[in-house]
Ligand binder design. Structure first.
Ligand code: HPA
Length: 275
């Protein structure tokens, strides 16, 4: 069965449990699930009940779709996402994004936790993603291209919508939040990087490094969706003064930044103009 046909089955199931017609999809990353509390009248749909959905293996991720509204704007959020290091194919990781498109979603907001390599970035800071570098050594579009979704060679001159980045910057300014703007490089993980690797990743032009987001962005752009990405810097990756990092520290930093990012995303959602 093709991905398209599988997505139609997932769509049929979702249509049977909710009449919601969101135009905005949100993917919540490590420790950022709290945005879900802002979603009013939520309908929760567990991934394991949706045809062809994978189930997340990471403890800090719950696995469900949350349909509801933020400031009266309908959204669908993925609470819990999949990573390449869990052993999923990039096609599996990005399947929910395909399904979102079938639901009518045309704007995707993605958040993640990352390591900061830009020396001006500090733990707990937030960055809006301006561009990315794919070092997964893999791509979710490998294989036969389905023209119903998009072209064989999708353009990547603007992976993250300039219009949405400006909106996010305007909202951050109004809220008095410092929002960096930079380049996200994705690696497979699951180990964090060596000092030599951080030095390399900084040298090739990245400000932060993480293990997610890029596959979802590529698939969303393949289908012509607009993407807005936010990274929370959970650890400082300066090769000349590198400290050991523990998962608790990563989650603690994400928890501190979470309300700030939640508030930015909530305002952005309210002000996105649909095309
Ligand atoms: N490297 C890769 N991914 C990460 C990091 C990191 O230092 N911190 C949080 N996610």
């Amino acid at each position: 069965m093709s991905t398209y046909e599988q997505a139609l089955e997932a769509l049929a199931y979702l249509r049977s449990v909710t009449s919601s017609e969101p135009r905005i999809g949100i993917i919540l990353g490590t420790g950022l699930g709290g945005l879900v509390k802002e979603i009013e009248n939520p309908t929760l749909v567990s991934y394991d009940s949706i045809p062809h959905f994978s189930v997340s293996t990471v403890e800090s991720h719950v696995g469900r779709l949350v349909f509801g509204s933020i400031h009266n704007v309908e959204v669908v959020a993925m609470q819990g996402r999949f990573h390449a290091y869990e052993g999923y194919s990039l096609q599996d990781i990005t399947f929910p994004v395909r399904v979102m498109r079938h639901l009518g979603v045309n704007t995707l907001i993605i958040s993640n936790a990352c390591g900061g390599m830009n020396p001006l970035y500090r733990r707990g800071d937030i960055m809006v993603i301006d561009d990315h570098i794919n070092l997964l050594g893999d791509n979710p579009l490998i294989g036969r291209n389905d023209e119903r979704y998009g072209p064989r060679f999708p353009d990547m001159s603007e992976p993250y919508s300039r219009r949405l980045i400006s909106l996010a910057e305007q909202v951050a300014l109004e809220q008095g939040v410092r929002l960096h703007r930079g380049v996200y490089v994705v690696v497979q993980g699951p180990n964090l990087e060596t000092r030599a690797e951080y030095r390399f990743l900084r040298t090739i032009g990245a400000d932060v490094v993480g293990m997610s987001t890029v596959p979802e962005t590529i698939v969303a752009r393949h289908m012509g969706m607009d993407v807005l990405g936010f990274s929370i810097i959970t650890d400082e990756c300066f090769p000349d003064s590198l400290q050991p990092v523990h998962l608790e520290d990563v989650l603690a930093a994400a928890a501190v930044a979470e309300p700030v990012m939640t508030s930015i995303i909530a305002s952005v959602v309210q002000r996105i103009e649909h095309h």
